[in-house]
Write a protein that binds this ligand. Structure first.
Ligand code: IRO
Length: 287
């Protein structure tokens, strides 16, 4: 969220710097406690705290020295806000791409756009007309094949560059039996689940969209990646890159060097010489 955090991503082994999702105006977000580490992941209801989109534009030249793509995540509270943010930031040369977040589960009174197919169709139609940069979409998890198909049809109709699957699994509830309380404060304790809890859902979403989307739409896998072996599983399902949320929150930027090392060692143990040998090559049980 801050320039210090983005700078430390610049200095890390991550291959991209991705900002916190931004809105038109700065936001404090929801009251604390709003994030909690759990035995197998995390729950959060941050509520979109961010410094306002203009700051993420101003940071762009400061991050240039790291020689890696800087992606700005955009999560305007309305279509008009998304259009304003993307058109204003489009002329900043040091921004490589936008990730349009259609799936924040934690803003009170704002349902996730990605669960409303008509709204998604409208937002993408409008936003794709004005962006001068590659644009990807961060999707919520889907659970029904009919929904995967409907969303894929919409995405295939637009010149999007990538999808990131998945955002946190919205509105879980983690409680502590001793205190008889929820572990986070906003929304009566309901929040987005991340980490190990969501990995099978994330793999399923990557796999389904790999089957259904145009091949020029890259898939960024996200949801429970904590080891090189996890990253390999996402590659097998069809992901071209990995995004790390909970493990980054828990371990800081050192996680990227460890993941890279473990992933390379895993590929070597398998005797793989290129990612294309593995990408999307998941086997199924046929007899
Ligand atoms: O509450 C948040 O800030 C938040 C966002 I924007 C999101 O996209 N996903 C999430 O789990 N939390």
């Amino acid at each position: 969220m801050t320039i210090d955090e983005l700078t430390s991503l610049g200095e890390s082994q991550s291959s991209v710097i991705l900002s916190k999702s931004c809105t038109l105006l700065p936001r404090e977000g929801n009251p604390e406690p709003r994030y909690c580490d759990l035995p197998h992941g995390s729950i959060n209801s941050m509520g979109l705290p961010n410094l306002g989109y203009q700051k993420y534009g101003e940071f762009a030249p400061l991050l240039k020295k790291y020689n890696k793509p800087y992606f700005v995540s955009v999560s305007g509270l309305s279509l008009a806000d998304n259009i304003k943010i993307i058109s204003d930031l489009s002329d900043i040369q040091e921004i490589a791409a936008f990730e349009l977040n259609l799936s924040c589960p934690n803003v009170i009174g704002k349902p996730q756009v990605g669960y409303d197919f008509n709204q998604t169709r409208q937002v993408l139609g409008e936003v794709m007309r004005i962006t001068k940069k590659p644009l990807g979409v961060k999707l919520p998890p889907y659970f029904d094949f009919a929904h995967f198909e409907e969303m894929a049809k919409i995405l295939n109709n637009h010149k999007i560059s990538f999808v990131s699957c998945i955002n946190s699994l919205g509105n879980g509830l983690f409680i502590d039996a001793d205190s008889e309380k929820a572990v986070i404060k906003p929304k009566g304790g309901f929040g987005g689940l991340g980490g190990e809890y969501v990995k099978p859902t994330a793999l399923a979403n990557v796999r389904k969209f790999y089957e259904l989307l145009r091949k020029d739409i890259a898939i960024i896998g996200v949801g429970g990646i904590a080891t090189g072996r996890d990253a390999f599983e996402f590659l097998l399902c069809g992901a071209s890159a990995a995004q790390v949320g909970t493990a980054y929150q828990q371990q800081g930027t050192a996680v990227f060097a460890r993941l890279e090392k473990e992933f390379a060692a895993f590929l070597e143990k398998k005797g793989c010489h290129s990612l294309d040998e593995v990408k999307g090559k998941l086997k199924t049980i046929n007899n």
